[in-house]
Each structure stands twice: as C-alpha cells, then as structure tokens.
Design a protein around this ligand. Structure first.
Ligand SMILES: [Zn+2]
Length: 103
C-alpha cells in the first residue's frame, strides 16, 4: 500500500499503464527537472474511497494541481486545458471513458 491506500497490485498495474500524464501526455520528469512534470496519483473522481483502475491514474503535478477538486467534465473545458490543448481526443483512454460517463 502506498500513501493513498492503493494496493500494490493496483499500483503496479497503473504504473505499467500510465507511463505519461493521462491528461497532457507529458513524459514524467525526474526530481531534477521541473516539479510540474513529476508524476502524481490522481483520483479521477475526487473521492479517495474509490480505489479502482477506472478511478486511479497517474498525471503530472501541473495537471493535478489545476484539476484539484473540480469535476473532470468541468475541468476539461477549463482555460488550463484549452491552453495546453487537452481535450477528450487527446487524453488517455481511462480519461476518455470517464468523460463518456460524464464523470
Ligand atoms: Zn499533465
């Protein structure tokens, strides 16, 4: 288990799936680079009790801090997403699926 109570098997599965930010597709940076491109754990629906492969993802610190507690379907229309060219066609499949469910 890590700090988010994500079991090891799920953590490993998601680490294997999300090699880049699920939102902006940036390649995660090392600690020597900008903090914004470092990987972070994301709850797609901002509810820490939903620990499923559909709700847990890896995104960069920049996207995570922009999204915060916003609803995904609201955030995807935010100025941050517009500025960074993030939309339903550019995000990872796990996010597309969530948007299709209007989460
Ligand atoms: Zn990102």
């Amino acid at each position: 288990m890590n700090n988010w109570n994500i079991p090891d098997w799920l953590e490993n599965e998601i680490l294997d799936r999300d090699k880049t930010c699920v939102y902006c597709n940036v390649i995660f940076g090392s600690s020597k680079e900008s903090r914004k491109t470092q990987a972070s754990w994301e709850h797609i629906v901002n509810d820490a009790s939903i620990i499923t492969r559909e709700n847990i993802a890896r995104c960069c610190v920049g996207c995570n801090s922009s999204k915060g507690i916003k609803k995904l379907s609201d955030w995807i229309n935010s100025s941050y997403c517009k500025k960074n060219g993030i939309n339903i066609n550019t995000v990872a499949d796990v996010i597309k699926n969530a948007l299709n469910k209007n989460l």
